[in-house]
Design a protein around this ligand. Sequence first.
Ligand code: HAM
Length: 445
Amino acid sequence: MSLRNSCIIKAKKDLKMQYQIPKGLFDIVPYGVEEWKLSHIWKFVETIILKIARDYDFKEIRTPIFERTELFVRGVGESSDIVKKEMYTFLDKADRSMTLRPEGTASVLRAFIENNLNDKSPIHKLFYIGPMFRYDRPQAGRYRQFHQFGIEVLGNLTFENDVEVIDMLLELCKRLGLKNLSLYINSIGDLASREAYKKALKDFLKPHFLNLSKDSQDRYEKNPLRILDSKEECDREILKDAPSILEFLNSDAKADFNDVCNYLKALKIPFEINDRLVRGLDYYSHTVFEVVSGKLGAQNTISGGGRYDFLLKSLGGPDLAGTGFAIGLERIIQTMLTQNIPIPDNSNPFILLIPMTEEAKKLAFTLTTELRHNEIPSEIYLNIKKIQRGLQVANDLKVSFSVLIGEDELKSQKVIIKDMQNRTQESINLNNCINHLKKLWEQHG
Ligand code: HAM
C-alpha cells in the first residue's frame, strides 16, 4: 500500500474514532440495530408505563439532567459507590461543581422542596422517566447512560404506601409480560436499629477481616452494611454465619415490616425475605426491596426501591417520609426479548400510496396529505417505476393497505385498494376513496 493510501485510511479511521459514541452509551434508532435498541420497542414500554402511572394516580415530574453535586452527595450518601466512584462530575464555567444525575430520587425531592409542592396536597405521588448517568464498567445490562422509570410517594406514610408501591412495580412487570421474576424484601429498620446492627456486623467480621475481599475491607469502617451485598465468593463464605439485621429491629420497625409482609400475602404477591438485602444508596430506612430476573446474567436486578423516612428533611424539606422504586428500561427490554415476549410495532404507516405515473403522483400526493390531515398514518412511494417494486416497499413497511394509481385508474377516476394481508383488492371511485380508507382505519387501525 502506498504511503498516501495508508495515510488516507488512517485519517479516515481517526475521523471515525473521533465521532464514535462514547463507551457505555447507545443510540435508540428505528431499524438496523440490535433489537433492544429499536425505538418502537422503547415506545411500547413507555406507553405501558404511562398507562400504569395514570391507573395508580401518579403525576409526572421532570427535573434537569444535571444538578449541583452536593445534592447527590447529601442525597445518595457520601459512602455509597455511586458518590464515591460513579458520578459524572464537572465544573461549569463559573467553577461550580455539577453532576449528571445518577438517579432520580434526590432530584425529585429537591424539586418538591423548591416548588413548595407540599402546600398543594397532603400526599404526593410523582413519577419520572428519563436518562441517568453512572460511570461504571460497561457490560450487558449496565450502561453509563441508562433510563429509569421511577416513582416517589411523599407524605405522612404508612406501611400501606410501601405495599402500594411494590404492587405497582409487580403489576407493571405483569403488564409487560415479564415472567420468572423474584421479589426480595428486607427491613433495614430505623437509624438506631441499624447502628446496633452495624456494630454487631463489624464485631462478627473483625476476626475475618484479612480474609475479606479488598472492596469489603474498604467498606468495613465506612459502610459495613454494603459488605452484605458482596458477590465475592470469599465474602459470601464468611457472611453465611453473619447475624441478621432482622434480629436487631426494634418493636416498631418489626411491626411495620410484619404489616408489609402480611399485606403482600393478602394481595397474593409472592416474595422472599432476604435479610442480606441492603441496597446501594444510603437514604433507605425500614422496607427495602428488589426485583430480580433469573435470566439477565450478572446485572439481573431490574428494579429496586424502598422507604426513606429522613431524606426529605435532610435536604432541607418538611419532615415527611418517602417510598418509591426505579426500574431500568434497558433491563426491562432485554428481559422481554430473552423471554420472547411479543412486542407490537405500531410505528408503521397504515396506508402506502403507490402512484405509477408522473400524473398519478400529483393525485397520490394530494390523497396522502388528506389522509394525514385525517390522522391516518400514511406514506407515499415517490419513486414510480414498477408496481412490483411498490408492493415490495408496502411489504417492507408492513402497511395494512396500499393504494395503487396508474394510467387506467386516472382515466376511470378510480383507485385500487389492496389489502396487504389478505392479498385481495377492490376498485373504488376516487370521490369515495378517502371515506373508504377512513372506514378501513376505523376497523383495522
Ligand atoms: P437503583 O437500584 O440504583 O435505585 O437503580 C434502579 C434500577 O436502575 C436498577 O435496578 C437497574 O434496573 C437500573 N440501573 C441502575 N444502574 C444502571 C446501569 N448502570 N445501567 C443500566 N441500568 C441501571 C435507584 O436509582 C433509586 N433511586 C430507586 C428508588 C426510587 N428508591 C426509592 N425511590
